[in-house]
Design a protein around this ligand. Structure first.
Ligand code: AGP
Length: 634
């Protein structure tokens, strides 16, 4: 049955990330400029090549180009591309090298079906063999072209079925034969003005506008046209026409759609006065931290509250161990969380790379609570680790930014970060928000155990002060920019810290590597002399975290070891901290703060340092080479 609009509108904001970006449009406007605009917003998902297909005069006009969407845009005038129904794709290569031929959309050998795809068709080789026996020919090395031809094959076989049913049935039958993940948009030459879209693993959302429908990998590509959207679920197929839409499952059961209302506007996904999203997101941190905390402290101000954990206080107090899994930056947030939970709540915590945990068959104690952290909620290794833990019977909770992500949906409960869309590939505001939630979790667990009311109140007050402290560090941006300019052309850089700031050292090194392609390593400051000290030279500066506290003098000793070997030193000191004269080449001051807030405050200078070094080196900061915002393939 086809559903007419409007249907009940539910209010929420959602934002989803994945590798490769897809945009489709049907309406009364020329499709190509709208698709290109949408693709530009999805470029953070992949930017090896881009392509666009528009239906016109009984066939598809397809333009494809290696490189960024801007390269494709330059190509577009060579084509007519005047039709009002089309789709586009920005690619992060999985199967097949980065060539124009491998770029999407793909066209079936008979020219009947055009397809864009995000994901991996694992059994494409056997399907391809079969299709070759049926006379299909291929122009690319991609799994997507194979799926496109499989749809064409089933479409040809459904010749007895009428109109829309025939194409949707062909897509459904094809998807039944595929293993792997997909988010697809398909068009059929016999049904102009229609799009068929389906997903398994890779996210897809479609928007219902005034006399037009759009489909995309995430709402940022369509929110400028409509805020009424439907998030497609795994195993669903949507059939969109100019006037209506229908959703069915892979088994052809009808689905009642829920239309969500996106509550953020396109402005939050735009740069405004900033040069890069990374810069914007660094400066958004005071507001992001406030949003993460909002409504999450008890009335007496002595502990944290979490609405969506689905674990009772009683169950929580019986927990004997916690396990955290994540990837990249999110893993660094888990490591800091481990430190805080162990030191304040005295509960043993283990952290692991999600990619390792999923295969290493780790024994877990029975009353272990399992957490995953993920900004996007789509990282495949984190998702797999979570499924593995669930398979073993553990309750899994998620700390996640993207509402409605795969991880959020599959977790038994969780905490949303509420920091809004993070677009820069290098995670910044999502990281400090995860640090904050880790600190709040440590407080919550500690207050169930030995932490006194007074200590709880002081802890809460400290967390509430975090946004202002971060703002103070941000005021030093011009100073940090000068330091970045001085050291931007170093050969290597070490980030050294102790305790929780060792993990911020790891994060500092990751941030610098991914944004500026400068070799960097994070190390525990005292461990440095067991190996990395060999790197020290005049062109290898060391960034030391040296906050006030009991191990300040130990860190100063490590600095002296570096200085004795002519290594330049950038010291991050607490207000009032003093070093022997001449020891540091540059000093960045951070406000003195509570142990739970220190990792957040200490992250900001290294984020700024990485950002300005990358800018000085002329790097593509928001879209570093070889990277994508969310890694959804193994
Ligand atoms: C962050 O700067 C990195 N781009 C990357 O390490 C990222 O944190 C990692 O891929 C995990 O992503 P997630 O939080 O979306 O799961």
């Amino acid at each position: 049955m086809v559903r007419k609009l409007p249907i009940a509108i539910k209010s929420s904001w959602k934002f989803t990330y994945f590798m490769c970006g897809i945009v489709g449009y049907i309406g009364k406007q020329k499709a190509a400029p709208l698709i290109l605009e949408g693709l530009k917003r999805l470029e953070y998902r992949g930017y090896d090549s881009a392509g666009i297909a528009v239906f016109q005069d009984g066939s598809f006009d397809i333009a494809k180009k290696v490189g960024r969407v801007s390269a494709l845009e330059k190509e577009v005038p060579r084509y007519r591309l005047v039709g009002t129904c089309g789709m586009g794709h920005t690619r992060w290569a999985t199967h097949g090298s980065i060539t124009d031929a491998n770029a999407h959309p793909h066209l079936s050998y008979d020219g009947k079906v055009a397809l864009t795809h995000n994901g991996v068709i694992e059994n494409y080789a056997s399907i391809k063999k079969f299709l070759i026996t049926k006379g299909h020919t291929f122009r690319s090395e991609t799994d997507t072209e194979v799926l496109c031809n499989l749809i064409a094959y089933h479409y040809a076989k459904q010749a007895g079925l009428a109109g829309e049913n025939r194409f949707v049935t062909a897509v459904r039958k094809s998807l039944h034969h595929t293993q792997g993940t997909y988010g697809i948009v398909a068009m059929n030459v016999d049904a102009p003005g229609e799009l068929v879209t389906a997903r398994k693993g890779s996210p897809l959302v479609f928007g219902i506008g005034e006399g037009e429908s759009l489909v995309a990998s995430d709402v940022s590509a369509i929110v400028s046209r409509t805020q009424n959207v439907v998030y497609l679920k795994n195993g669903e197929i949507a059939h969109l026409t100019l006037k209506n839409f229908s959703i069915t499952t892979l088994d052809a059961d009808e689905v009642s759609p829920v239309i969500d209302r996106v509550c953020w506007s396109i402005v939050s996904a735009e740069l405004g006065a900033y040069h890069h999203f990374m810069e914007k997101e660094i400066f958004e941190q005071p507001a992001a931290l406030k949003n993460t905390m909002r409504g999450r402290f008890s009335e007496d101000g002595s502990t944290a509250l979490f609405g969506g954990l689905n674990v009772t206080a009683n169950e929580f107090s019986g927990i004997e161990r916690l396990m955290f899994c994540a990837c990249g930056t999110a893993l660094h947030a888990c490591l800091v969380t481990e430190h805080l939970i162990e030191s304040f709540a005295r509960i043993p915590v283990e952290c692991d790379y999600a990619s390792e945990f999923r295969y290493r068959n780790a024994p877990l104690a029975r009353n272990t609570l399992f957490f995953v952290m993920s900004q996007s909620g789509e990282t495949i290794d984190t998702l797999a680790a979570m499924r593995e833990a669930k398979r073993k019977g553990y309750r899994v909770l998620a700390i996640n930014n993207v509402v409605g992500s795969s991880i959020a949906r599959e977790a038994d409960g969780g905490i949303y970060q509420h920091v809004g869309p993070e677009i820069g590939v290098a995670s910044t505001k999502a990281f400090t928000s995860q640090l904050l939630l880790g600190a709040m979790l440590a407080l919550y667990l500690a207050r169930m155990r030995d932490m006194s009311f007074g200590s709880g109140v002081r802890y809460v007050e400290a967390l509430k002060g975090a946004p202002d402290l971060v703002r103070k560090v941000l005021e030093q941006a011009p100073h940090i920019k000068k330091i970045a300019q001085r050291f931007a052309h170093s050969t290597d850089m070490l980030f050294l810290g102790r305790m929780s700031l060792f993990h911020i050292a790891l994060e500092g090194a990751l941030k610098l590597k991914e944004t500026s392609y400068l070799h960097a390593e994070g190390y525990p400051a005292a461990e440095m002399k067991h190996g990395p000290i060999a790197l020290i030279s005049e062109t290898c500066p060391s960034v030391f975290f040296a906050p006030a506290g009991e191990i300040f003098n130990k860190i100063v000793s490590s600095m002296q070891e570096i200085k004795a070997r002519r290594g330049p030193i950038i010291a991050i000191l607490s207000e009032g901290g003093e070093l022997p004269p001449g020891l540091a080449d540059e000093v960045i001051i951070i406000p003195e703060c509570h142990e739970a807030v220190l990792p957040i405050v200490a992250s900001v200078p290294v984020q700024l340092l990485s950002y300005y070094i990358a800018a000085e080196r002329g790097c593509d900061i928001d879209k570093p080479r070889n990277l994508a915002k969310s890694v959804t393939v193994e």
